[in-house]
Design a protein around this ligand. Sequence first.
Ligand SMILES: [Zn+2]
Length: 381
Amino acid sequence: MASKSFRRKRDSRTTVELYQEFLQDGAIFRQPPPELGAAARSLETHGVVTVQRLEYVHCSNERDRDFPPRVRGCRGQIYLDEGLDENGNEYRCPECDRPVFPHRHQKQRKLEIRANVRPDGVAECIENALTAAGYRPRRASVGVWHVEKGSERLWVCVVDFCEEQRYLARDWARAQPTCYIVVDPITAEERFHNEAWLCRLTLAAILVDPQALRNALKRLGTPSHVGNVSVPVVTKSVAPIRLERETRRVEPREYLVEFRPDSVVINGVEVIGSRATEQHEIFGKLLKRFTEDLAEALTPTEYRTLRIADLTNTDVEVPRRTINRLQASIADALRRQSGYTVDSQDVVESCGQPGKRDLPHGYRLNPRCVCVRPIRTGQDD
Ligand SMILES: [Zn+2]
């Protein structure tokens, strides 16, 4: 009997752990095991994440008909995209730049899952859990609610989304009975002030056990015997966002773009030279759209795309190839300089691929990794 209950405990902990994998905004999973796929579907049903499922092939795979390629151990991955035509050599390996034919060579397909947290979905989920627990939640601020328990007012605060620092202060938590909810588990581990009297719950725990929030609020009261020190319950720094779950890439992806009159420089490397006028022009249009969205304070998922017709004036096939080359050559230049793995989607992102339902087909500067800075003149900066 003991082992049975132990197993059950382990199982439920595993579901929480699986959920937490996906509750890190921007997490990427390559060839996820079935239980991760099931967790993703379940979280989608809860409405707390959007999940993109992409298929890719390996440039070099000994089980494929085109093995071995020129670069035998090439680690390039090529994403399938309905908008690309392999007969037009539009699939290119981002690592070795060779044309790849996923369909013609029936190359083995692999699955990649990308997850993004939906703040609206999280809010709805918490409101539902509060309602189900018999409370009438009232929204006090972004990510903050209060409910009445008898004559007492209880507070619920999602630390990942809360914008008002006062709710995150230790002095607040000491005076107001507040249940803190953490979406990204990294936040819980690295940012949360570790005091036993603080009431904190993970969103994953609430999703797995709908009673968790009810039970936490039942126990919640103004804490007594708390010493007088004024420190925040979470640090002010922005929650770290996981961009890549694979061990291979450990460096933070951040691409600092300088758009010059006749070239484009990223992280100090010239990625588009003076002769590539068409690529320069396309990059300029993508950058303009990017900075407009930046000024409108959009979230990364809201950044708009430009269609091929917006980027060039000529017929569709040629410019699409130009854009694919642009993606590949930027990744190439950065890779040569840094030695890091650089994905062809890191700087100029193709959107609206199968699985990316929320965006129309098009291109944009990748809002998760691209940063913009003025031109360095070498004199005064
Ligand atoms: Zn390759």
